[in-house]
Design a protein around this ligand. Structure first.
Ligand SMILES: [Zn+2]
Ligand SMILES: [Zn+2]
Length: 353
């Protein structure tokens, strides 16, 4: 199927209109027309090849809301006309290893197929993401969206939502939990909303006092300015879990003492060297610093359902597909406490000569 949208033709270049042939659907595939896609900070990292494994031409995006237009002969869960959503994975190799059986396909022993810039497990073609008109996905990697949802605001749940949900569940956040969130971008604001939805006491931690108002709008209980030494000292030992969403390398030493004994700081955003981290507050407080990677398909459906049940939706700013490069430029400059979401109804088909 010939399809069209936006791609980065080489590392660091602007995204430009492009078209290519999507692979033909197989018996267990669903073919979809894309309605909305959220713009994740990792799209920007990948378009610049910051992590060294991007394949060009690159079509980013793994926060996709779509409508089924065709199903393979063995598909049982979906029919033409259904709405659904695709997140960070579109397939994986085995679904029989201990991680797949445990519902954590993101750690599959055989490797998984990411929504973009991964080789397809059967024909080796490169996967390409959602800045496009159509996508083909294996049935098990397509999530159900229930009636009545505001489809335009669902997309960010598929990466920002699940990435922050997994550690909240892993570390049993619920009523009485004291959760800190570092960084108030797409991930950070979602982490705060989900933790509040679970009944936790939430502290937003930011370098900038100017972000207090936005944090309070989200509904957090406390706001802590990380450059205020007195306030940071006063907040020592006050948190059970810290979700660190900052997408670039940064110093974490100042945050670890905020954890109580047995507290955990979870790194979600930064990939690369941790730099100098003092072991003193780890040893003396039996504190942990850990990483976490997206989430499995069961938990992805779970967080969508939780958002429906609690009426939690990400803050979104809608843009047209031809505004994508401006959105990237804004994302690069600073955290924005919302997600850019592309309305794909405005995507122009290429002119046929
Ligand atoms: Zn993402
Ligand atoms: Zn597996």
């Amino acid at each position: 199927m010939k399809t069209f949208g936006y791609a980065a033709m080489e590392a660091g270049s602007d995204l430009v209109p492009w078209s290519f042939e999507r692979r033909a659907p197989r018996a267990n595939d669903v073919v979809m027309e894309i309605l909305y896609c959220g713009i994740c900070h990792s799209d920007l990292h990948m378009a610049r090849n910051d992590w060294g494994f991007a394949q060009f031409p690159l079509v980013p995006d793994h926060e996709i809301v779509d409508r089924v237009i065709e199903v393979g002969s063995e598909v049982t869960k979906f029919k033409v006309g259904d709405n659904g959503a695709v997140g960070c994975m579109v397939d994986n190799y085995c679904q029989t290893c201990k991680h797949c059986l445990n519902g954590e396909e993101q750690f599959c022993c055989e490797g998984n197929t990411n929504t973009y810039s991964s080789p397809d497990r059967i024909d080796g073609s490169m996967t390409r993401g959602g800045y496009f008109k159509h996508i083909v996905v294996r049935e098990e990697f397509f999530c159900t969206l229930f009636e009545g949802l505001d489809l335009a605001r669902v997309a960010p749940i598929l990466c920002a939502g699940i990435t922050t949900w997994t550690p909240l569940r892993r570390w049993n956040v619920g009523p009485g939990s004291r959760v800190g969130v570092i960084g108030m971008g797409g991930l950070g604001h979602m982490a705060a909303k989900l933790a509040l939805g679970l009944g936790a006491h939430v502290t937003m931690i930011s370098r900038s006092p100017a972000k207090r108002e936005t944090a309070m709008e989200i509904g957090v209980d406390d706001f802590l300015v990380s450059t205020d030494e007195t306030a940071m000292k006063a907040a020592a030992n006050s948190l059970d879990l810290i979700i660190d969403t900052v997408p670039i390398q940064h110093d974490m030493d100042g945050y670890v003492p905020l954890l109580d004994i047995d507290g955990t700081l979870v790194i979600l955003g930064q990939v690369g060297a941790m730099g100098d981290i003092s072991t003193m507050p780890l040893v003396f407080g039996r504190r942990r610093v850990v990483g976490s990677l997206i989430g499995g398909m069961r938990e992805t459906q779970e967080v969508i359902d939780f958002c429906v049940q609690k009426g939690i939706l990400p803050k979104c700013r809608m843009i047209r597909p031809d505004e994508i490069n401006d959105a990237f430029a804004t994302l690069e400059k600073s955290d924005i406490p919302y997600r850019f979401v592309m309305d794909m109804a405005a995507l122009q088909a290429p002119e046929v000569a």
